[in-house]
Design a protein around this ligand. Sequence first.
Ligand code: ACO
Ligand SMILES: O=CC(=O)O
Ligand code: MG
Length: 739
Amino acid sequence: MTTRIEIGSISVDQGLHAFINTEVLPGTDVSAAEFWSGLAGLVETFGPKIREALDARDQLQDKIDAFLGENPNAEADSQIGFLREIGYIEREPNDFTVSTDSLDDEIGRVAGPQLVVPVNNARYALNAANARWGSLYDAFYGTDALSQSAPLTPGKAYNELRGRAVVQRVRLFLDETTPLLFGSHVDVTSYYVRHGELHAKLECGRTTGLRSPTQFAGFAGEAGEPTAVLLRNHGLHIELRFDRTSAVGKTDKAGVADVILESALTTIMDCEDSVSAVDAEDKVHVYRNWLGLMRGELTADVPRGDKVVTRRLAADRTYIGTDGAPFTLPGRSLLLARTVGHHMTTDAVLDSGLDEAPEGVIDAAVLALIGLHDLRSERATRNSRAGSIYIVRPKMHGSQEVALSDGVFAAIEDMLSLPRNTIKMGVMDEERRTSVNLAACLHAARERVVFINTGFLDRTGDEIHTCMKAGPVVRKGDMKTTAWIKAYEQRNVAIGIKSGLTVGPDGHGQIGKGMWAMPDRMEDMLEQKGAQLRAGACTAWVPSPTAATLHALHYHEVDVAAAQRELRHAPAAPLSELLTLPLAGGRSWSEMEIAHELDTNLQSILGYVVRWVDLGVGCSKVPDMNNVGLMEDRATLRISAQHVANWLMHGVVSQEQVDSAFTRMARIVDQQNEGEPGYRPLTANAEGPAFMAAKDLVFRGAEQPNGYTEAILHRRRREAKRRDALEATSREDVGFAAG
Ligand SMILES: CC(=O)SCCNC(=O)CCNC(=O)[C@H](O)C(C)(C)COP(=O)(O)OP(=O)(O)OC[C@H]1O[C@@H](n2cnc3c(N)ncnc32)[C@H](O)[C@@H]1OP(=O)(O)O
Ligand SMILES: O=CC(=O)O
Ligand SMILES: [Mg+2]
């Protein structure tokens, strides 16, 4: 039973209240009275507006359902006419340019990878913040990125053959990225600095330098025998590290022990789809980690063999410049925080009617309040050197909802006495009504928007839900080649560039692309993910620090600014393409294909909910039917659930088929999780909250607003938490009686 504190018109969970008053407010110059009365005002002002916006979503979807139900084969033009009539398609704003200022260089000035991490996992969050720099040797050695090399033997001694292949591959990268005037990095026996220039002595006895001497950015140690040499290409740094005593360095002609790449320039600390946070207790945990990051004090104990090491935030890196003067580079990724969307509510705060308050508003207010610790910090290692707080807004539908977020941010700035537009906004372009009205959405936040990112996973879920009534959709794997998704990706870039979101010295923000959702498939990522930059993005999402380091190679290879210049006159793909529904049409599938599609979807749903609902883990690597570990989060769950719901609605599969596939997939998921600490087998808990969540997601999927999964997940997770608490109490009772 939670205790609550009444403050004006709101009722606040005691745990949140104590956390804010004792841990957050000291050092911010904001008094408890100012914060709580401000928060009450936000809830009273924006609660009703958000409810109105959610009603508007439902009304539009009802009209679309009716229209598509009656006109399943409607031509794009007739759909467009209808969507304009109901206000789904908005009026385009006149030409405008985004004017966001006080930006850090990592946003829009330099192109580089964007990492995402569930912020409630301190160990991962610290790792992510420190993923600004990553070992390229480790990234190649420890993954499948060099499939042709000698096999990796986990836990075994260093495989020299594999190591040699890594070194060779990295030298090739150096020759391509920072070539020498003559000769190859392969043949260098020593690097040294003289008169501010880098010299490289070759095996043949001759000395060379860089073909572009300005790529030399600095060094560490003695000029004649540096411990590190810093190079720069497309604004990103590469550090050659020398140590002739190390295992790798002593076998290397030039004594290179490692090559470190500037990797995750930015990281999204996620409070949304990669997190399971269903009540005030969970929310405090999420906020506390953000506080630790903003104060620079977060730590986590990480087991390493039979020891435990304490992980902390990395320090800045110091070098000597070409002019002989020392300088530093940030040791950490620039951090952004992603709130939940408008449709979420939280029991951490209740409004005057004792209804849960809008969680996205509470998130924004608390995250920004915590951000003050960074803004007011004297530390050189502060997060935003430009004095901004970066908050990402997911799942907004259309420009009125972006304007609503803009209003929330402005009201928070007033509450915290911050200059207007200190809080920057990242806009996830991941709902259909936002993609359709992207220019209007950008316009609504033109003074604070810092990115538009194609969250294609949520966007796919929304696409399926929006056209639920029109007919069966194509198979999940075929979505990637449908007309709407191509138009969506292209329009995001075209509209972004037109609005001034181009990378460069006066960049105003990022055009970002979506997640690489196969964390173990690094060779495939290396082959495919460069295409996102050639298509005009200046950042793209990666799931892990290693992926960030490997993806950094793409930014060395592609001159993103030039790619964007080439695209600047490309018109946005027409709405008719964006609005082409991903329907199967006359296509039919064999029974085997249908069974495979169903199995795949149900297995990924079950594999995800067993961890989300029973264990409170928001993002998981779930092995698919071919045992490829896929990143599953709430957005991928939305796709799978909506897909099955759609096929059920149109009779492609029957309820009996789904039930029996569920039973078969439950056995597979149980096998895949065998031995996992705390795992509750589905086969033994068919009525348990995890299995019930999966069934609700599918059988009640069509009726979920916009196909969202949160309402079901949250209810079932709360049920699981109550069960766990009861079990813990009865264990204590037994222990007490026995003792
Ligand atoms: C649609 C969307 O919204 S996408 C955005 C949401 N998705 C995400 O945020 C994905 C983030 N990624 C993750 O959560 C994880 O990488 C997963 C769940 C996909 C895989 O996790 P695991 O199975 O634990 O990964 P794996 O065992 O391969 O690696 C674990 C190691 O990598 C690190 N790691 C993995 N992912 C991350 C990450 N995103 N950030 C920082 N470190 C990470 C861990 O810290 C750990 O290293 P450590 O032992 O030194 O602490
Ligand atoms: O948030 C990202 C997505 O793809 O959805
Ligand atoms: Mg998303």
